[in-house]
Design a protein around this ligand. Sequence first.
Ligand code: DC
Length: 225
Amino acid sequence: MNLITIDGPSGSGKGTVCHILASKLGWNLLDSGALYRILAYAALQKNIALEDEKSLAALAINLNVAFISNGIGVDTLLNGENVGDKLRTETVAQAASKVASIQVVRDALLARQKAFFQAPGLIADGRDMGTVVFPDAPVKIFLDASAEERAQRRFNQLQNKGFDVNIAQILSEIKDRDYRDRNRTVAPLRPANDALEIDSTSLTIDEVVNQVLDVVALKLNLTVK
Ligand code: DC
């Protein structure tokens, strides 16, 4: 089964590692966090309260979303409009973390996520890919890094984009979101029992990718360079 799940908190390097792996292997990519972000964005736009479980679940079921490869990356379309940039704000991130803690919302998004598993294979990026969505995946990775390192990475990223940012505030937002994601009763962020845990705090992206490719070679008998 050509399926790799990569779970972990934001800033662990997961997104970048998943893109590189998908491109090296030529497999499909599921950015499940983007689904929660799109749902949160759509709810904010429609003034749906983030506690209104019924309306959020209905919105999740009817979400008209598409991920279209544009050659360099992926365009995220909501009702045909490219909303990629709008999903990356802290407001949407916090709202996504709230809607993601609701069981009926997660249930409503489950089939949509499973449908991404198509030939020739799938890299699934998220928080519960190895525990809930694809529990039978042959390769499961849990990628983590210290909160301080993850805040520093986010700080550098935003500063490079020209934003005036405060690292203490970023660290506190990261800790808030982590606490919610790791302690929620529904599908909390945690490694699957059979996941390989990688701490990327002092690793480069290439080092992480190579560690994952070593596991892929071993478990799937697939060698990629
Ligand atoms: O990975 P991300 O930052 O784009 O995810 C946004 C939010 O969605 C994050 O707070 C956790 C949540 N999420 C989740 O609960 N389950 C997933 N599989 C992916 C993301």
